[in-house]
Write a new protein. Structure first.
Length: 499
């Protein structure tokens, strides 16, 4: 009897830790995206993602049934033929290509068969799917979502501000959201409704005593934000303003909540507050009150934070000059009541180039303007407008110059080059009317910040900002105001030519 009890005790010692580990990792798994979400105009569909070797795969037939109707198939030992409406699709096991109407499309990894199910790598979504359905497919490599057809995903920006005994998170959405909150595994979950959302990044981390990170998740087809507090026992007070686009959430210690049952919540973020907010990398400015029907202009102030850019002889930094100029251009454009303005950088932060492009592409802008200042010779002030110059291997073909059915992230600007050059010429014409400024003809350069922008995009560079040239004219408010007014006029002319 004693031996039996001893054996049972040993078994429990082994089983209990295993159960604990399963519970821990299962909870973590529920907050991790193991699916791929397809957003269509009227619905969202979720398919499982499976790791095979070093690549991620999705089930081929499930994907095809989401975007169309499979009318027939013929399976052999190592090949599969599928008829999807008026398309014939053929795949072979362990082959790195898919055949669509007798045209071979290369894949990043070979087709696999797992438990009798035909699997294709995620690269299939960007390489083959647009050729099959002949509709736009917007997919960012490495993400777990694709937008098919005329789907315009919403996006969001945020900042974190200190408040007594806590922190206040201000979330600004490009479209109205339906707020619903819940608590799960010690985290706060904010459900954003059914409209598709394209985040700048999947996860944002903070060095904050109250909020550790924000994670975006839509693994079940329901976009949501998961907030992880930095400490236990905090109270959470979310509130959506009347527009449905600004969410404020206060995270406070219980003592503060008792002293103030209903924390004061302002309906719109207050710019220029005495205590500067902590701004998330790549955050956009709140939408102008002129409404979502207005065309968007994205303004990008180059550099930021530890990347100060060029330096003038009097200590002026490029990142500061372009930030000042962007603020003036923004005010000039808002004063017309014709545009909604989105900024890729707010404050002294340095979003990555991909974050800046994601901000732009998520806003579906009329134009994108990035501002820089550097060494342009001995004359100051001087202005040069640049458009993107692709590498020789990426020289746009006739197909690239026309709107395609798939927009590759790395080469999005190729289809916009002609319109970008038209906008550059409109800017050059208006800049030439500024007294005392040397304006060069529009130029081209392989500027990485322009490469991934899917809109007419230009870089405006001021000069000269260097230690051996007087750069004080560049900081002159009147000069910056004249540039702002010229940009407003050029944009009006450009829009008039497009209509």
């Amino acid at each position: 009897m004693a031996k039996l009890l001893l054996r049972r005790a040993r078994t429990l010692l082994i089983v209990i830790p295993v159960i604990i580990l399963v519970i821990i990792f299962w909870q973590a798994r529920t907050l991790r995206s193991d699916n791929f979400v397809f957003y269509l105009p009227n619905a969202s569909h979720v398919v499982p993602v499976q790791a095979i070797g070093h690549a991620n795969y999705v089930p081929l037939l499930q994907v095809l049934n989401i975007v169309g109707k499979v009318q027939g198939l013929t399976a052999a030992r190592d090949s599969l033929k599928i008829w999807l409406e008026d398309n014939q699709i053929e795949v072979r096991q362990d082959d790195k290509k898919v055949r669509i109407m007798k045209k071979n499309i290369k894949l990043s990894d070979p087709v696999r068969v797992d438990n009798g199910q035909w699997m294709v790598p995620l690269n299939f979504i960007e390489a083959a799917l647009p050729q099959i359905i002949r509709e736009p497919v917007v997919y960012r490599l490495g993400s777990r979502r694709a937008f098919i057809g005329d789907v315009r995903p919403s996006s969001f920006s945020f900042r974190l501000e200190p408040i007594p005994n806590g922190s206040r998170l201000i979330l600004q959405f490009t479209d109205k959201v339906n707020l619903r909150t819940a608590s799960r595994n010690g985290k706060w979950v904010i459900y954003l409704g059914e409209k598709p959302v394209q985040p700048l990044e999947q996860k944002f981390n903070f060095q904050d005593a109250y909020l550790a990170n924000i994670q975006f998740d839509d693994q079940d087809g329901m976009p949501k934000l998961i907030l992880t507090p930095s400490s236990d026992g905090l109270n959470f007070y979310p509130k959506l303003d009347d527009s449905g686009k600004t969410l404020m959430a206060d995270m406070v210690k219980p003592a503060a909540a008792v002293a103030q049952q209903n924390p004061p919540v302002q309906t719109t973020p207050t710019p220029g507050a005495a205590a500067p907010p902590i701004v998330a990398p790549g955050a956009a400015t709140p939408a102008a009150p002129s409404g979502p029907a207005l065309p968007v202009v994205v303004l990008d102030a180059g550099h930021g934070a530890e990347d100060s850019g060029a330096r003038g002889e009097n200590g002026v930094l490029e990142k500061d000059i372009v930030a000042q100029l962007v603020a003036r251009v923004r005010n000039a454009l808002l004063a017309t009541n014709k545009y909604r303005i989105v900024l890729t950088r707010v404050g002294d932060v340095n979003p990555s180039l991909d974050q800046r492009a994601a901000t732009a592409n998520g806003a579906r802008p009329e134009v994108f303007i990035t501002f820089h200042a550097g060494n342009l010779g001995i004359r100051a002030p001087r202005i040069v407008v640049y458009t993107y110059q692709p590498s020789s291997s990426a020289t746009p073909s006739a197909d690239d110059r026309s709107p395609g059915i798939f927009i590759p992230w790395a080469t999005a600007q190729l289809s916009q080059l002609a319109r970008s050059q038209q906008f550059a010429h409109a800017l050059q014409e208006k800049f030439a009317g500024i007294s005392g400024v040397t304006v060069s003809p529009p130029a081209v350069a392989p500027m990485r910040v322009l490469r991934s922008v899917n809109a007419p995009a230009v870089a405006v560079e001021l000069g000269s900002l260097t230690t051996d040239v007087d750069s004080s004219p560049l900081t002159n408010p009147n000069f910056q105001e004249e540039i702002s007014n010229a940009i407003v006029q050029a944009l009006d002319d450009f829009k008039g030519r497009q209509s």
